[in-house]
Write a protein that binds this ligand. Structure first.
Ligand code: ADP
Length: 158
């Protein structure tokens, strides 16, 4: 059984994330979408809300589950029995950071491999920050995020 962890902030989950999750779910037996509780950032949604949105958006994918974690991603992955970390790549601008993280994670635990899935061209411009910015100014994010996220955003911004 090959299990993969897909870590991120998912604040909130977008259709770009969902596309990576759906594709990863066809490659691996199980995908754990892992919400990082990063102390340095102040998210719009609590970790529980982010997990709730992921669970609802992925309810059609039986081999996908959501979890939250603090600390090192490789330690969390090992605790889940996962041998792979999945990350998405949008543009060249993602590369430096992702390269650094992947090499650091390999140094920390060389039994865990980082696998990159290339964004779907349709979502290559899409980020959680863009979604938050557009919706905070009253713009529509319909089609950019799962419908559960539209509801969560409108409740949060009301
Ligand atoms: P982080 O702060 O850990 O990068 P994010 O939630 O922003 O957390 O992203 C999690 C992962 O999903 C990252 O690997 C990121 O590059 C990827 N990702 C984000 N948006 C997209 C998208 N539109 N298409 C493909 N991958 C994406």
């Amino acid at each position: 059984m090959r299990r993969a962890v897909y870590p991120g902030n998912f604040d909130p989950i977008t259709n770009g994330h969902l596309d990576i999750i759906a594709r990863a779910s066809t490659i691996f037996d199980e995908v754990v979408v892992a919400v990082g509780m990063n102390l340095g950032k102040s998210p719009m949604f609590t970790a529980e809300e982010r997990m709730d949105m992921i669970r609802q958006a992925c309810s059609h994918l039986p081999n996908v589950k959501a979890a939250m974690y603090t600390g090192l991603t490789v330690v969390f992955a090992a605790s889940q029995g996962a041998s792979v970390i999945v990350r998405g790549l949008r543009a060249l601008s993602d590369f430096d950071y992702e390269f650094e993280m992947a090499l650091t994670n390999r140094r920390l635990d060389d039994t865990i491999e980082t696998v990159f899935l290339m964004t779907n061209a349709e979502y290559s411009f899409l980020s959680s920050s863009l979604v938050k910015e557009v919706s905070s100014f009253g713009g529509s994010v319909e089609g950019l995020v799962p419908s559960v996220v539209v509801d969560f955003l409108s409740r949060k911004l009301r």
